[in-house]
Ligand binder design. Structure first.
Ligand code: SAH
Length: 250
């Protein structure tokens, strides 16, 4: 998980009001930067208390643009702008059945739960038992009792609740694992950071009504790698991708 600097841990000092003010300012800045446009995603970012998804020793940094360590072997909560960065091009919306691979803190699942509303569904798969348990507690404490949390290898998706309208992989991989595309309904969209040589490129995959997938490169990002369980079958690379547009950030 090299590639960014972790700020020094210390006991939390900020009040709920200070966090609330930082949350409002963050949403304003995401709008100013053109990263946030849809009212549903904005309302979710204003509502969910990101600080409640971060271990106490890093909580004061909740609204800084930096990924922060979580319990588990290789987990981080992505930096705040990552969520609209993924969810805006996905067009995540009310009523969607949404699959997240890499639950991490549970914050991304909470945001998605707010966006898809009661008529939608959020399923999130995490490989690391410690991280899974951390997310489970965070989501329960925040009142999200209807996010379906799965402990397992997210590269296999979660067929029991398929098909999904939208899929987000929040760890870097060579290609979107084929089971995830198989579990995506025709007309659906998936997003993932894909390795391109020494870079990672956030890539949007759309599945046409005929089931054929098309890829668009969005921007460079930096995520922890998608891990595979020992003995898991390798993921074949599938279609080639368009050259990426430079200039994004994690
Ligand atoms: N979406 C998270 C951030 C995820 S960081 C959030 O909002 O906080 C990436 C996560 O992917 C880590 O928790 C890591 O443990 C998990 N991960 C890595 N490989 C995985 C796999 N094969 N299946 C499921 N989760 C995986």
């Amino acid at each position: 998980m090299a590639g960014w600097i972790i700020p020094p841990p210390h006991p939390p000092t900020k009040s709920a009001d200070e966090f609330a003010a930082e949350r409002r300012r963050k949403v304003e800045s995401l709008e100013e930067r053109g990263l946030l446009g849809s009212p549903g995603i904005k309302a979710a970012l204003l509502k969910v208390r990101r600080e409640d998804f971060i271990p106490p020793e890093y909580r004061d940094y909740a609204y800084d643009e930096v990924p922060l360590p979580l319990p588990g072997a290789c987990a981080t909560i992505s930096c705040p702008h990552s969520y609209p960065l993924f969810y805006e091009p996905l067009g995540l919306d009310r009523g969607h059945r949404f699959l997240e691979v890499g639950t991490g803190s549970g914050y991304g699942a909470a945001i998605a739960r707010e966006v898809v509303g009661e008529e939608g569904l959020v399923v999130s798969v995490e490989l690391d038992p410690l991280t899974h348990e951390f997310a489970r507690r965070n989501l329960a404490d925040a009142g999200y009792h209807d996010v379906l949390l799965v402990l397992g290898d997210g590269a296999r998706g979660y067929a029991a609740a398929a098909p999904y309208d939208r899929v987000a992989v929040t760890a870097a991989c060579d290609d979107v694992p084929p089971p995830l595309l198989a579990q995506l309904r025709a007309g659906g969209r998936a997003i993932a950071p894909l390795y391109e040589d020494s870079r990672q490129v956030l890539t949007l995959v759309t599945k046409g009504p005929d089931g054929v997938t098309r890829r668009a490169s969005l921007c460079d990002v930096l995520y922890v790698g998608l891990r595979r369980l020992e003995g898991a079958e390798p993921i074949p690379r599938t279609a080639s991708r368009a050259p990426p547009r430079r200039g994004g950030s994690r």
